[in-house]
Write a protein that binds this ligand. Structure first.
Ligand code: 13P
Length: 249
């Protein structure tokens, strides 16, 4: 059985006062049946991990460099994230792929670096609207999965997040059939590459405009093991009902 995962990506949002949201989440979900992960901006990592104290909310980064140290101004290594209290890191988010030109190859290298530092890699993929409309969604996400997730992936070191680019921050959500189609496809691809046992252990998250109002139906969809939530993870009042929907699923 895959442990359900509710992950929040704060992106470039959150200053000191936002830590109060984490404290509320920690109190509200003390005995959660699912894993909860919050990925704040790097500036808050240390304070966030102190605020949650490891349980039940885990803390993650939003990116890391592929190297463990060196002349890379402005970058952070996986080891640094780990030292600051992260246990996971989001990699290959479409905003990183678009804003920083990250290729599948880069994402794969970062994923290996995350594993080496003992971080869970949350590897993101998803098609643009143009790609969906031209009927190439499965081809695109299949290529991204194959090239972004290195050999050696398993349910302990990796999570895959399907985030259609056109659904991120737009309020537009794919139909449940569209989500199921992609998630079932990803599971099949993982099975043919890694075998059934490993493929069945890797969690598949859906991300893109997940809100308290649509979470339950998304979580009831085939092969959806949780969500990667942006805007609705910033406030405990929004994220808690999403976690509750996941607990009930
Ligand atoms: P929204 O939930 O704000 O659409 O963002 C999704 C996302 O990009 C999470 O990584």
């Amino acid at each position: 059985m895959r442990q359900k995962l509710a992950a929040g990506n704060w992106k470039m949002n959150g200053m000191g006062p936002a830590l109060a949201e984490l404290e509320t989440l920690t109190k509200t979900h003390k005995k959660s049946a699912c894993e909860i992960l919050i990925c704040p901006p790097a500036t808050l990592l240390s304070r966030a991990s102190e605020a949650v104290n490891g349980n039940p909310v885990a803390i993650g980064g939003q990116d890391c460099h592929a190297n463990s140290s060196g002349a890379h101004t402005g970058d952070l290594s996986a080891e640094m994230l780990r030292e600051a209290g992260a246990t996971a890191v989001i990699l290959g988010h479409s905003e990183r792929r678009a804003d920083h030109g990250e290729s599948n190859k880069t994402v794969a290298a970062k994923t290996m670096a995350a594993w080496e530092s003992g971080l869970i890699a949350v590897v993101c993929l998803g098609e643009t609207l143009e790609e969906r409309e031209s009927g190439s969604t499965l081809k695109i996400v299949g290529t991204q999965l194959a090239a972004s997730l290195p050999d050696g992936a398993n349910g302990v070191n990796s999570v895959v997040a399907y985030e259609p680019v056109w659904a991120i921050g737009t309020g537009k959500v794919p139909t449940l059939e569209q989500i199921a189609e992609v998630h079932n496809f990803l599971r099949t691809e993982l099975t043919s590459r890694f075998g059934e046992e490993i493929a069945d252990s890797i969690r598949l998250l859906y991300g893109g405009s997940v809100k308290p109002g649509n979470a339950a139906e998304i979580f009831a969809t085939s092969n959806v093991d949780g969500a990667l939530v942006g805007g609705a993870s910033l406030k405990a009042a929004d994220f808690s009902p999403i976690i509750q929907a996941l607990e009930a699923s």
